[in-house]
Ligand binder design. Structure first.
Ligand SMILES: Cc1cc2nc3c(=O)[nH]c(=O)nc-3n(C[C@H](O)[C@H](O)[C@H](O)COP(=O)(O)OP(=O)(O)OC[C@H]3O[C@@H](n4cnc5c(N)ncnc54)[C@H](O)[C@@H]3O)c2cc1C
Length: 379
């Protein structure tokens, strides 16, 4: 029996489990392969929905579906938290002391938010990167009629590098619709010398910020927040006052990864094409937890899942894996409340940013709805 274990039932793990159930259908039915998906949360969460929650366009419940409704019945689904990985003995340990052996393992445990890493941030900052944060921000925005709104990207890397730019363009448009924009000053801050890690998106966002009267602050590395006086202090020695701070908190990988010796900083060190861990045999990583030189994005997790499904299926059948990942990343970017653009790129490529349009906005909304078919492996 060839045992395949996937840890994490988010975008990457769910797409992968369903792909493998299809690719290894005959081996699973013959009892030659066992496929297990272990995930801590009984709900699958589609995080891109959170971008719309602060504007009252979606609810947190819209982002969730029970994972057992999404996963193929040929997959053994275990709801539980893996607390230790022994890559020498090829075993996973659970909180209830049970153990699971594997022949091939995939880590798809995502990224964690760490607002407490910056003094004052948990008290002084809002965000839309998780369910509670998005709801609190919605309530705060509903009451925000005047003052200085600061969108600050505090830590990189973070999930969906485009989302802070999208939020800024959306909040500008939304406040205009509400007739409140004239009384609200908007500032966007980013840690490096431009508005985004990718130059073409940075240039695009800079032009739009100028057009829409959004102040851009670059080389802005947040050191501390003073929530009582509503001041951001930076490593560069500057200070910025705010009335409403929307801060993308620092992200962290997983202690599981560090303890297993798979990556010093919690992200799994992998070969960027094969997605195989560099520090252990028969271990792969996909999605946000994999340290590859592209965005931490659901589209990346999705394409990586396809590649890893092919490689694992080949190994399970005793053939040499040939599929590789070229860094393919696609992303729809909202440019306001009813216009969006679309980019696609591979490793080392600079994306071309299309003119924003209404059809691209509808395409983004349509993609978000059809995501539930994608997760099931139907698209
Ligand atoms: C506001 C926002 C907007 C976004 N917009 C976009 C977008 O437009 N396009 C896009 O492509 N991406 C977008 N993203 C990013 C996208 O959501 C993530 O990149 C994607 O979810 C990563 O998938 P993943 O499988 O790596 O991790 P996740 O989807 O985060 O799943 C990780 C899973 O692992 C489980 N887990 C963790 N640790 C353990 C453990 N020890 N044991 C068992 N289970 C465990 C968790 O419970 C979870 O189910 C956005 C993200 C945010 C926050």
């Amino acid at each position: 029996m060839h045992r395949i274990a996937i840890v994490g039932g988010g975008t990457g793990g769910t797409v992968l489990a369903n792909r493998l159930a299809d690719e290894l259908q005959s081996e699973l039915e013959a009892g030659e392969v066992d496929l297990t998906l272990i995930t801590a949360d009984p709900n699958h969460v589609y995080k891109p929905t959170f971008l719309y929650v602060p504007f009252g366009k979606k609810t947190v419940d819209d982002a969730k579906r029970p994972i057992d409704e999404l996963v193929d019945r040929r997959v053994d689904l275990t709801i539980g938290r893996v607390i230790d990985i022994d890559t020498d003995r090829q075993k996973l340990a659970f909180a209830d002391s049970s153990v699971l052996g594997y022949d091939q393992l995939v880590l798809a445990t995502g990224a964690n938010l760490e607002p407490e890493a910056v003094p004052g941030l948990a008290d002084g900052g809002h965000h839309f990167y998780g369910p509670e944060g998005a709801e609190r921000l919605r309530d705060e925005l509903a009451e925000f009629t005047e003052g200085h709104l600061v969108l600050s990207v505090v830590g990189v890397p973070h999930m969906c590098p485009a989302a802070p730019v999208e939020f800024t363009l959306m909040v500008d448009d939304w406040l205009r619709e509400q007739g409140r924009r004239e009384d609200v000053e908007i500032t966007y801050t980013y840690p490096i010398n431009r508005a985004h890690g990718l130059e073409s998106i940075a240039d695009w966002a800079t032009d739009l910020f100028e057009e829409r009267d959004v102040t851009l602050e670059t080389f802005f590395n947040v050191e501390e927040i003073d929530p009582d006086n509503e001041v951001i202090e930076t490593v560069e020695g500057t200070e910025l006052d705010y009335d409403l701070l929307v801060a993308i908190p620092p992200h962290a990988g997983s202690d599981l990864v560090i303890d297993a010796g798979l990556g010093d900083d919690g992200w799994v060190d992998v070969d960027k094409h094969t997605l195989e861990a560099t520090a252990a045999e028969n271990v792969y990583a996909i999605g946000d937890v994999a340290d590859v030189p592209t965005s931490k994005a659901g589209s990346v997790a999705h394409y990586e899942a396809g590649v890893v499904a092919d490689r694992i299926a080949s190994r399970a059948r005793g053939t040499v894996p040939t599929a590789t990942y070229d860094g393919k990343t696609v992303c729809f970017l909202e440019a306001g409340m009813d216009e969006a653009t679309f980019i696609e790129f591979t490793y080392g490529e600079e994306p071309y940013v299309r003119e924003p349009s209404k059809p691209l906005h509808w395409a983004k909304l349509g993609y978000n709805e059809s995501y539930w078919l994608t997760a099931r492996g139907l698209l």
